[in-house]
Design a protein around this ligand. Structure first.
Ligand SMILES: Nc1nc2c(ncn2[C@@H]2O[C@H](COP(=O)(O)OP(=O)(O)OP(=O)(O)O)[C@@H](O)[C@H]2O)c(=O)[nH]1
Ligand SMILES: [Mg+2]
Length: 419
C-alpha cells in the first residue's frame, strides 16, 4: 500500500516537473522564427514593380533597395571605428541625458559599445557619472572644459555685449538674452574637437539631452563615413531664424574673398544661395542677404573630426570668431557648421541619413519608405501623416537632394555583419 502511494506521488511529481519544463521550452523565444515570419510579411507586401526596378538596377526616387532590409541581430564583434559618441551637457539635464542614451543604446550602440564622451563647463557630479556609466553599454569619460575654451574671448567689449543682449531680449529673439547659450554656440563651433578627450578620435556622433531615435540603425554610421569618405552627416535641414545671424553671411563673404583657395571646387555654395522654388512647395521666408538661411540642424551630427581640425576650418572659425558675431549677435553652431561643410567640403562628402528616424523638439524626421520603417522597426510615420519635417516648405532637404543627390542604404549595408 505504502509502495503504491509512493509510486503515485512520484508520478505526480514527475508530471509536475515535466509540465514546467514544457512550458519553459514553449516560451523560449526563437529569434530565427520571428525573423522568417518578418520576411514572410515583407514578401507579401513586396511590390513586383519595385522588384523589376531592382533587377534592372535602377535607382529612381522610389526605394528600390528594400530587399536588403531585415538583417538579423548583429553577429559577434563588429568591426569598430576610431569614434566616440559626444554629449555637451549640464548636471541638471541628467534625466534627458539618460533618455537620449537609452534610445541610442537600444537602436544602435548596444551592438557596438562605442565610448560615450561627456563634456561640461562645470565638473560632473558623482550622481551624473554613476547614472550615465550604468546606462552606457561601453565606456564613459567625462571632460571639464577650461574657461579659455568656454568663456567669451577677451576682445569682446563687455558693455557693447550687455547692450546687444538687452536688445535681443527686447526683440524676443530665441535665447537672445542668454550669455551661456552664446558660450555654448561658440564652443560647439570652434572648441569641441580640440578637447583633450576628443583629440584621440577621428569621428564623433553628437547627441543632446531629450532626443529620440525612432528606428534601428542596422549599420555603423562611422564605418559608412570612413568607407565612403564622408565628412559631415545630418538628418534634418531647415531654415535659420535670420534675427540670430544678421551679419553672418557678410562675414562669410569676407572670408571667401580673403581665402578663395579654401572654397572647394565642388562645394555646395549653390545649396546656400539658391532660393528658386523646388517643386510645388518652396521657401517662403524673406532674407536680407544672398544666404537662403538653409542649414543642417546640428543637435544631430555625425562628423569627421579631422575636417574640423583642418587648417581650412580653423581659419574659417577664427575669421568668424574675431568679428564678435557669436556674442554681439547670436550665431548658432548649426549655420556655422553647415556653411563650413557646404563651402569647404566636396558636396559628395556631406551625407543625409535618410534611414535614421529622429526627434529633438520641435521637429522630427522619419524614413519616407514604408518598407524601411517596417524593416528598421521605426516608431514614426512618413511626411504625409505626422510632424515629419522632411518635405514641408521650410525644410531644406529637397534643396539638398537637388544639389548633392540622394544616397541609398544598400550602398552602405554590410550583410556579413549579421548572422
Ligand atoms: N555644459 C553646458 N552645456 C550646455 C550649456 N548650454 C547648453 N548646453 C548643451 O548644449 C547643447 C545645446 O543646448 P540646448 O539648450 O539643447 O540648445 P537648443 O538645442 O538650441 O535648444 P533647446 O534644446 O530647444 O533648449 C545641449 O546638449 C545642452 O545640454 C551650458 O551652459 N553648459
Ligand atoms: Mg537641444
Amino acid at each position: 500500500m505504502a509502495t503504491s502511494r509512493a509510486l503515485v506521488a512520484f508520478i505526480v511529481l514527475i508530471s509536475f516537473f515535466a509540465q514546467i519544463w514544457n512550458s519553459r521550452v514553449k516560451s523560449k523565444v526563437n529569434l530565427n522564427e520571428i525573423h522568417s515570419r518578418s520576411l514572410e510579411i515583407v514578401a507579401k507586401r513586396e511590390n513586383p514593380h519595385l522588384m523589376d526596378l531592382e533587377l534592372a538596377k535602377l535607382k529612381p526616387a522610389s526605394n528600390s533597395y528594400v530587399h536588403e532590409l531585415f538583417p538579423r541581430p548583429i553577429s559577434g564583434a563588429p568591426q569598430l571605428e576610431n569614434a566616440t559618441i559626444l554629449m555637451l551637457c549640464r548636471n541638471w539635464e541628467l534625466p534627458g541625458v539618460l533618455k537620449s542614451m537609452r534610445s541610442l543604446e537600444d537602436r544602435f550602440n548596444k551592438d557596438y559599445h562605442y565610448t560615450w564622451t561627456f563634456l561640461n563647463d562645470k565638473p560632473f557630479t558623482e550622481r551624473f557619472k554613476e547614472a550615465t556609466t550604468f546606462m552606457a553599454s561601453g565606456k564613459t569619460q567625462y571632460g571639464l572644459i577650461s574657461p579659455q575654451d568656454w568663456d567669451a574671448p577677451s576682445f569682446i567689449n563687455v558693455t557693447k555685449w550687455e547692450e546687444c543682449l538687452q536688445d535681443f531680449e527686447d526683440r524676443n529673439v530665441i535665447y537672445g538674452g542668454s550669455k551661456s547659450y552664446r558660450n555654448m554656440c561658440h564652443f560647439n563651433s570652434g572648441y569641441f574637437y580640440k578637447q583633450p578627450l576628443v583629440l584621440q578620435y577621428d569621428y564623433y556622433f553628437r547627441v543632446e539631452p531629450d532626443v529620440e531615435y525612432f528606428c534601428d540603425f542596422q549599420m555603423d554610421p562611422f564605418r559608412l563615413f570612413r568607407e565612403n569618405s564622408k565628412k559631415y552627416g545630418f538628418v534634418i535641414s531647415l531654415i535659420e531664424y535670420e534675427d540670430t545671424i544678421p551679419t553672418l553671411w557678410e562675414a562669410v563673404e569676407d572670408f571667401m574673398n580673403a581665402n578663395p583657395d579654401m572654397i572647394h571646387p565642388e562645394s555646395m555654395l549653390d545649396f546656400l544661395t539658391d532660393d528658386k522654388p523646388i517643386g510645388a512647395d518652396y521657401l517662403v521666408v524673406e532674407h536680407n542677404s544672398s544666404y537662403n538661411l538653409c542649414h543642417f540642424w546640428s543637435n544631430f551630427e555625425i562628423g569627421d573630426l579631422n575636417f574640423f581640425r583642418s587648417e581650412k576650418y580653423e581659419t574659417y572659425f577664427k575669421f568668424l570668431s574675431q568679428t564678435g558675431g557669436f556674442y554681439y549677435e547670436r550665431w548658432g553652431d548649426a549655420p556655422v557648421h553647415s556653411i563650413a561643410a557646404a563651402l569647404l567640403l566636396n558636396r559628395s562628402e556631406i551625407h543625409h541619413f535618410e534611414d535614421i528616424g529622429y526627434t529633438h523638439v520641435p521637429f522630427a524626421t522619419c524614413p519616407e519608405s514604408e518598407m524601411l520603417r517596417l524593416g528598421k522597426r521605426c516608431i514614426c510615420a512618413d511626411s504625409t501623416k505626422t510632424d515629419n519635417i522632411n518635405l514641408v516648405p521650410h525644410s531644406c532637404l529637397p534643396r539638398f537632394w537637388k544639389y548633392a543627390g540622394k544616397s541609398f542604404l544598400r550602398e552602405y549595408y554590410h550583410p556579413e555583419e549579421y548572422q
